[in-house]
Design a protein around this ligand. Structure first.
Ligand code: FMN
Length: 216
């Protein structure tokens, strides 16, 4: 089994990377291969809502010139997805937001091949706002029917300068537990889905709550 981890911090070897590395070490110790991809600081395009992915249905976003399509490809191949972003103004970085929006739409346009894969997220923060950033990443998993791995506390590591998260021993403990729990969930799903395959979902209804009798 394999987990693809995506680091959306512009600081390649910063605190987010340190936290992701910690989770990946635990996953590897439990027989799960890991790969960390860095998208932070790279030019990535946001979703423009063109819905071309719903026409082509080729598991790709129409913007082929940046890293996002290769990330989507890796996520589709993997059994688990680990997202990491520093907290920027109480939220995720621009790069992570682009990844989430475009991955979400491409997956939904293609019958949601990410359903059933395990998701987990971590964030590095100097002081406050991490909860909201963490929630932003969890939203992708919620909508795409991806079971979310959890830990003993919030998946947050404190630190300002690169490497400072190393001194947040409770944060590191949460990362270790997250790695263990994610591996456990993936193994359970792999074993259990032999007898209990992921159910077929009904996505046929789509409403926007505009009543026809209110239209001009
Ligand atoms: C643009 C920007 C916005 C930030 N916003 C916050 C914030 O809202 N709350 C906070 O505690 N730290 C904030 N920080 C600090 C980072 O979250 C912190 O330094 C983190 O460890 C960076 O992780 P990295 O080393 O992986 O890049 C911000 C940093 C930057 C550059």
């Amino acid at each position: 089994m394999q987990v693809v981890a995506i680091n959306a911090s512009p600081r390649r070897e910063g605190n987010t990377h340190l936290l992701l590395r910690r989770v990946c070490d635990r996953l590897q110790a439990r027989g799960i291969e890991t790969e960390i991809i860095h998208i932070g600081g790279k030019p990535v395009h946001g979703c423009q809502g063109c819905r071309t992915c719903f026409e082509t249905r080729d598991r790709n976003c129409v913007f082929g010139s940046d890293l996002i399509n290769s990330c989507i490809g890796k996520m589709l191949e993997a059994d688990g997805v680990l997202l990491g972003s520093p907290t920027y103004f109480s939220d995720i970085t621009t790069e992570m937001k682009a990844l989430i929006d475009r991955t979400g739409y491409v997956s939904m346009a293609n019958g949601n091949p990410l359903a059933g894969k395990v998701g987990a997220a971590v964030t590095a923060v100097r002081r406050a706002g991490a909860q909201h950033a963490l929630d932003s990443m969890h939203h992708l998993f919620s909508v795409l029917e991806m079971p979310i791995a959890t830990s003993t506390y919030w998946n947050i590591g404190f630190g300002a300068a690169s490497g400072e998260a190393e001194y947040d021993s409770e944060g590191l403990q949460a990362m270790d537990n997250l790695g263990n729990n994610m591996a456990w969930l993936m193994h359970c799903i792999q074993t259990g889905s032999r007898q209990h395959p992921f159910p077929e979902s009904d996505r046929s209804r789509r409403m926007n709550f505009i009543r026809p009798d209110c239209l001009p």
